[in-house]
Design a protein around this ligand. Sequence first.
Ligand code: DQA
Length: 167
Amino acid sequence: MAVVDPTKNARGAAVSGAGAGARPVVLLLHGPNLNLLGDRQPEVYGTETLDDHVRTATAAAEAAELELEHLQSNAEADLVEAIHGARGRCAAIIVNPGALTHYAWSLHDALAAFDGVTVELHLSNPNAREPWRHTSVVAPVATGSISGFGGHGYALAVDAVRRLLKR
Ligand code: DQA
C-alpha cells in the first residue's frame, strides 16, 4: 500500500486541516470486546485497560508530532464508517479489530479503499492460539502487522507510522 503525503488526498488534492504545520492524523480503532480489557482474560490480554493503551498511543503520537484519534466499537458498521471517514483526512490507521480480524471482509474492503498507512495490531499473538485465529482478513490490506507484544505494541505501531510517514 502506498505511503501518502498527509497533506493530499488520494487524487492529490489538498486535505482540509492538513496545511502547513498541521499534524498528520492517526486513527486508532478497536473492535468488539476490547472495551473489556483489564477484566477480560487477563492471562491472555494483560491487566491494562483500553484507556491505558490509548494513553500509551497518545503519548507516543505526541512525541512523534502526530495527532491521535480513537474509536472503540462493538459494531462492525461503526468501524467501517470510521475507516470511510478517515479517507483523505487521516495519514494512518492503527487497528485492532478484535475477533472481526478473522472474518470481517467489510473491514478488509474498507481498508483497501484507504490510501494511508495501515497497521494491524494485536495484544496477543493470534498465530500461537486457536486455529480459527490464524486467518486475518485484514493482514492482506495492512502495511504491516504487530502482534504478541501486549501493550508495548501501541508504541511500536505509532513508531512504525512515524517512520513510514517520514520516508
Ligand atoms: C485480539 C486477538 C483476537 O483473536 C481476539 O478476538 C481479540 C483480541 C488481540 O488483540 O490479541 O479480541 O485482536
